[in-house]
Ligand binder design. Structure first.
Ligand code: SAM
Ligand code: SF4
Length: 327
């Protein structure tokens, strides 16, 4: 079992498989001038699998595949097939923009990879296209409905963006009104490749909640696992539920159970902090699994207590882009 220096059990790895994406969400990356990593700097499928094996052996039992957009990697399914054969890995989840998942839905179900988070920051086509800077609304909608009808465990992630998609907050809740899925509202974080800087946000978790309550006063708070980053609620009469993630306010650090590995292999022990080591280099330089595990154990043994403390460890946090870290 992996326990950090603040007595938090670490069992959840967010593994980014690429920094590339077919969308250009304006909260995530600039419209152009992005320095995508050279292919040889990305972890190969074998290296991603080796990383997963090493981490699972240390006590990780949940891996979320993220990116960039995971499905822009043509060899993604090879990795997923291999991961699904790891006996101690209880949960493989994916975070995707749902543009390219369509052809893989059947096989994902066969592999029992049914926890899929779909990022969809608007239910209005024009708003969606303005935010993502691409015309992919219909396919996202189609794939979302397919995932729901195929009984996937779907969560829709919606980042509340000041003056961009506020008007879609209530309409997007219709998804969880009619289907047994979760819609989660996220606070925006200043991780957009340096194209935007801010120290405060208008749409914090309290404001999002108050806004929803104006339309739906009959809200019950649900019990959530202690490691959950979202505060979860049920609206009376709705089939699904909704959650709010204080990703900017960071109220959940005390129970953080996660570790991140970026598309380039950087190991990040807190989303707000700098990388602590690089697993691609460790694996490529011929270190044994045990040697790699010793380095990871050191990283986990020196985690910052909160995201605010981790942020002080470096000065250029706002230059980071989610497209490499994976959210
Ligand atoms: N391309 C996939 C997608 O969009 O779901 C996976 C990668 S994306 C970087 C992972 C998550 O990070 C998404 O849910 C996205 O909404 C979130 N994200 C990206 N930039 C963010 C930001 N500035 N603030 C909050 N969340 C962000
Ligand atoms: Fe791509 Fe996801 Fe970033 Fe949007 S949030 S640009 S879909 S990586």
């Amino acid at each position: 079992m992996l326990i950090d220096n603040h007595n938090r059990r670490i069992n959840y790895l967010r593994l980014a498989v690429t920094d590339r994406c077919n969308l250009r969400c304006n909260y995530c990356m600039p419209s152009e001038g992005i320095n995508f990593a050279k292919k040889e700097k990305l972890l190969s499928i074998e290296e991603l699998y080796k990383t997963a094996e090493i981490m699972v052996d240390m006590g990780i039992d949940k891996i979320r595949i993220t990116g960039g957009e995971p499905f822009v990697r043509k060899d993604l399914m090879i990795l997923l097939r291999k991961l699904s054969s790891l006996p101690k890995l209880n949960d493989i989840s994916i975070t995707t923009n749902a543009t390219l998942i369509g052809p893989h839905i059947k096989e994902l179900k066969e592999l029992s990879i049914t926890n899929v988070n779909v990022s969809m920051d608007a239910i209005n086509k024009k708003t969606f296209e303005r935010i993502t800077r691409r015309n992919q609304f219909e396919i996202v909608q189609e794939n979302l409905i397919r995932l729901i009808s195929e009984d996937f465990n779907v969560r829709v992630n919606f980042i509340v963006l000041d003056k961009q998609n506020e008007e879609d907050i209530i309409p997007i809740l219709s998804l969880q009104k009619h289907y047994p899925i979760e819609v989660r509202f996220l606070e925006e974080m200043p991780f957009n490749g340096g194209s935007k800087h801010f120290n405060t946000i208008k749409w914090n978790y309290k404001k999002i909640y108050e806004h929803i309550k104006e339309t739906y006063p009959d809200i019950t708070k649900l019990n959530s696992p202690t490691t959950s980053t979202s505060i979860n609620y049920k609206i009376k009469g709705h089939k699904g539920s909704f959650g709010i993630i204080p990703s900017f306010s960071r109220t959940f650090c005390g129970s953080c159970n996660r570790l991140r590995i970026t598309a380039l292999g950087d190991v990040i022990s807190c989303l707000y902090g700098p990388p602590k080591t690089n697993i691609r280099e460790l694996v490529r330089n011929g270190n044994s699994d045990k040697e790699v595990q010793n380095v990871i154990a050191e990283v986990i043994g020196s985690r910052a207590p909160t995201g605010f403390d981790a942020q002080k460890e470096h000065t250029d946090v706002f230059e980071n882009s989610m497209t490499s870290i994976g959210g």
